[in-house]
Design a protein around this ligand. Structure first.
Ligand code: HEM
Length: 267
């Protein structure tokens, strides 16, 4: 039985989401005197390679996508090939690879190898409301929240808390990458004279939408993804997150520990 079933929607809406996170999760207070105990692996080599591959592919897609959209090919305008063909080839290959990396490779390492749980849990909802209100300046951040994200719970064998926006980012980036790829393959299927079977299959939206509509959707989705990545990168490079940024390079992060059982045994 999940924690949310046990606690009930009524209790969530009437009590828990209004509570300060630390009243809900007493492990917060335990952290006041906590000291760093060492370095712990946060991102395996596979995750790190897949993550930075995503960054590279995303950069190629944005640069070549802008070139195709605007007709300015810059250094891609080399003799022999026209800039259009260089940009088009790079865009197609980067598009194919980012689907594989974002929808298969990265989730495999991040979720199954590194054990970062990505499903929304009861505590995420309570924490999300707390963090959202704190971000708006209406409430203070839960005490020791910064430490909590760097704390290993030795009983649950998991990081004590995550950032709800990061979990949401994981899902939304996957959904939008899938949609942008489907619209892209739809456009390609309409342009190609004899598309290979998997392009026909992935370009299925072309059965239902005009190529002009597909192009508009592709452009809007690309803009949304770019904006999301800019925000994600902005938070990633903030000084307060440099240890996490470093962990995306070296794998490990300096961490704290908690040992106390919480009311919920399983979240
Ligand atoms: C220069 C750009 C980027 C920077 C600086 C950056 C930085 C980071 C950092 C530091 C983390 C680890 C956070 C943690 O340990 O809790 C992370 C996680 C992640 N990044 Fe990036 N990133 C960038 C671009 C991207 C791109 C382009 C994508 C996907 C298209 C992406 C997808 C993700 C995902 C899905 C996670 C895991 C989030 C989670 O569930 O915890 N990142 N990123």
């Amino acid at each position: 039985m999940s924690t949310s079933d046990r606690r009930g929607l009524h209790k969530l809406l009437t009590e828990d989401i209004w509570e300060r996170y630390c009243d809900f999760d007493p492990r917060c207070f335990e952290l006041s005197d906590a000291e760093i105990v060492g370095e712990r692996l946060r991102h395996s080599l596979g995750s790190r390679l897949a993550h930075w591959l995503q960054v590279t592919l995303m950069t190629v897609l944005v640069v070549t996508g802008y070139a195709l959209w605007s007709g300015n090919y810059g250094p891609m305008n080399v003799p022999i090939w026209d800039g259009y063909y260089v940009a088009f080839g790079l865009h197609m290959w980067a598009g194919i690879f980012i689907v594989v990396v974002t929808l298969l490779l990265f989730p495999f390492y991040h979720v199954f190898v590194d054990g970062h749980r990505q499903l929304a849990e009861y505590s995420d909802i309570v924490l999300g409301i707390n963090i959202g209100l704190a971000f708006l300046g209406v409430r203070e951040y839960p005490p020791n929240y910064h430490k909590g994200r760097r704390t290993w719970d030795v009983i649950k064998e998991h990081w004590m808390v995550g950032h709800p926006a990061q979990k949401a980012y994981f899902w939304w980036i996957s959904i939008f990458v899938a949609l942008v790829a489907l619209t892209g393959f739809g456009i390609y299927r309409e342009m190609a004279t004899d598309p290979v079977w998997w392009v026909v299959w992935l370009g299925i939206p072309a059965d239902y939408l005009a190529v002009e509509t597909l192009k508009q959707l592709h452009l809007v989705l690309a803009a949304v993804i770019t904006a999301m990545v800019i925000f994600h990168a902005y938070f990633g490079v903030m000084k307060s997150n440099w240890d996490f940024l470093k962990s995306m390079v070296v794998g490990t992060v300096p961490y704290y520990e908690v040992e106390s059982p919480t009311e919920d045994g399983d979240d």
